[in-house]
Design a binder for this molecule. Structure first.
Ligand code: KG4
Ligand code: ZN
Length: 344
């Protein structure tokens, strides 16, 4: 079963062709250079860039496979319907409908976060991960827009057990980097500088660490970081930049690890999936592995670097399991009536 998948949820225009968990092509056009000078994603610019690029990216994804006739070679069209930037999502959804109409295909609507979950099962060239799914999984999703703990009970069956009540963890990293004038996206810049700093240089408040629920909160931490650096002399800020970002990153990751551990204790699930842009961070992955060693649990991350960030192949993989369950839309107008935000 071949699927052409489209994701335009934020600042990457991506199109992929997948077959089950196999990735035949996965084209990603990043808009980072467009948004960089604004210190974050500008919706109107994102929309325009998606519109300008989408046809080209589709062509590239098909050309890689020498597919000339989409009608013959592709069985379904999949597209991210949400969550994400509404004006950006619209571009991919509109294109998916146009292709489905033209080539008489069914559309599989995919939630962006279920795409991130299935990114852990993308096969690499050696065919790994070889393991079949061993349900249930406890999933930690950490991206620029989301921080969630999810029980992945079975294919396309999720229960959110914890989420952020304000900012997402990636957003907290991006905003701190912006306050320090370090550039966008902040996560990878902070990772690089934090390696050279002392994570225990300053103790920032650990939000919700005393609460026994599984929710996260990062906006108080961000505010406390803002006032802390505001009260520092410029020379001190420059001299201790690496220590500052290292301590801040440590606090963000402590919150993630603390709630992940609590979720493991509450649910008894030791089979973990961890995905989303922030998981590109090597140090965070090491800390998760260390935690899992303590519990003799297992963790599966996405198999390639490009799979931590947004990409259409993960949407194609999730779509495959939806198609197997008969989840697709016949009437294209139905596509517009799907609730955009929640993973369910
Ligand atoms: O999943 P993603 O690409 O897009 C969303 O769906 O939001 O996540 C983007 C987030 C940004 O906040 C970015 O700063 C963060 O992932 N990120 C990182 C790293 N690479 C990207 N955070 C920490 N360390 C990294 N190496
Ligand atoms: Zn994402």
């Amino acid at each position: 079963m071949s699927i052409l998948a489209i994701d335009t949820s934020c600042d990457e225009t991506s199109v992929a062709v997948t077959e089950g968990r196999k990735i035949l092509s996965n084209e990603i056009y990043s808009q980072i250079l467009i948004h960089k000078k604004w210190g974050g994603v500008v919706p109107s610019l994102a929309k325009r860039a998606h519109e300008e690029r989408i046809d080209f990216v589709i062509k590239e994804a098909l050309n890689k496979l020498k597919i000339k006739n989409l009608k013959l070679k592709i069985n379904y069209i999949a597209a991210t319907y949400g969550p994400g930037l509404a004006v950006a999502l619209e571009v991919g959804v509109k294109k998916a409908k146009e292709l489905a109409r033209k080539h008489n295909k069914k559309i599989i609507p995919v939630n962006h976060m279920e795409g991130h979950i299935y990114s852990c099962f993308a096969q690499n060239r050696k065919g790994n991960p070889k393991t079949e799914f061993v349900f249930p999984y406890l999933v930690l999703l950490v991206s620029g827009g989301h921080t969630e703990l999810v029980i992945f009970k079975n294919h396309i069956d999720y229960q959110i057990i914890g989420e952020t009540i304000d900012d997402a963890a990636g957003e907290a990293l991006d905003k701190a980097a912006k306050m320090l004038g370090l550039g966008y996206p902040g996560g990878p810049i902070i990772e690089r500088l934090a390696k050279m700093g002392d994570p225990h240089y300053h103790k920032f408040p650990r939000p919700l660490i005393r609460s026994k629920d599984l929710n996260f909160s990062f906006s108080g931490l961000k505010t406390s970081f803002f006032y802390y650096i505001k009260n520092l002399k410029k020379e001190e800020r420059v001299k201790n930049l690496n220590n500052l970002v290292s301590s801040y990153q440590e606090t963000v990751f402590d919150s993630l690890l603390y709630k992940l551990e609590l979720a493991m204790q509450k649910t008894g699930i030791k089979n973990i999936l961890a995905a989303g842009g922030v998981l590109a961070n090597l140090y965070l992955r090491k800390r998760i592995r260390d935690l899992l060693n303590k519990y003799e649990g297992k963790v599966l991350f996405p198999p390639f670097k490009t799979f931590y960030g947004d990409n259409a192949a993960m949407i194609g993989i999730a779509a495959y399991y939806k198609a197997k369950k008969g989840i697709y839309v016949d009437n294209l107008d139905e596509f517009d009536r799907i609730p955009r935000a929640k993973l369910s």
